[in-house]
Design a protein around this ligand. Sequence first.
Ligand code: DAH
Length: 339
Amino acid sequence: MKEKFDKLYLDLETDKNDIKSLSTLNDFRVKYLGKKGSLKLMMKDMANLTNEQRKEFGKKVNEVRDELEKFIAEKAKEIELIEVNKKLEEEDIDVTIDFEDELSGTRHPISLAMKELVTIFTALGYKMNEGPEIETVFNNFDALNSPIDHPSRSENDTFYFSDGLLLRTHTSGVQIRTMKSEELPIRMISPGRCFRKDELDATHSPMFHQFEGLVVGENITMSDLKGTLTRFAKDMFGEETKIIFRPHDFPFTEPSAEMDVSCFKCGGEGCKFCGGNGAIEILGGGMVHPKVLERCGIDSTKYSGFAFGIGIDRIAMLKYEIDDIRLLYQNDRRFLEQF
Ligand code: DAH
């Protein structure tokens, strides 16, 4: 045990010297405090210890974590100050420049993608419903038939408040709100922000955007889902786009599927853009689970429905060939001006 901590301290000292910017500081944080970070890995070994040892071990891990959190917060302040001073030194501000015309804004790529999705689906007769970003555990999980031990419910994955509230992890809760309060038939879409405790990297962000779709009525079948999503894919990515459905598993739909579109760069041959697959995954969907219908007071022997969820950030990244999700949230004008 002692050896492990000695090695950890040694690594820490070396890595601390390499921190030169906020981004290397973040890498450092992820390496030691992240979900798969060194401290988490060390905790795994605790199972083999005696009770006494475990206590001591836990105490030490907590100490290291507290120290690291303090170090990171202080270091962040220090780096920010250095960066601001450097910027002030480097950049001359010409107060005589007339900014009036220069500063007209542009639409953000996420807004552009969202707008296009909304346009496509409103043309198909869908209406838009918005739901709150702070959602009840019931609407976000229970009503959607999510098993009590589903990993997405864990505090490691979801931001909880007290009182049975959380930051919604997907837009699917809007389905529940809509089914409970509106008359059938339902045909609705719901775009919005979602939150998960993901480490920020090129493909993950703790805040992201989804787009939910829901149709409920008499005689709604999987063919309706397929037809609708084919129309959407062709409108979004071009008439020649092909779609592929793969079986999947979501608690709130049965059957469930994930949908890929043929790569609009290579047309399906396989290229760098699609990672050689010829296809790109863009959404999940399926037939609304009868239990979900029943939980919302809808007679599942008489009515059926389909639902789907699309990652808007992903659509924007595909459409505008953006290879790092962080660019979408840094608000760098040089990036935003391109759209
Ligand atoms: N909520 C799912 C997710 O966040 C996406 C999704 C899948 C939504 C299937 C749906 C659906 O409505 O039917 O991964």
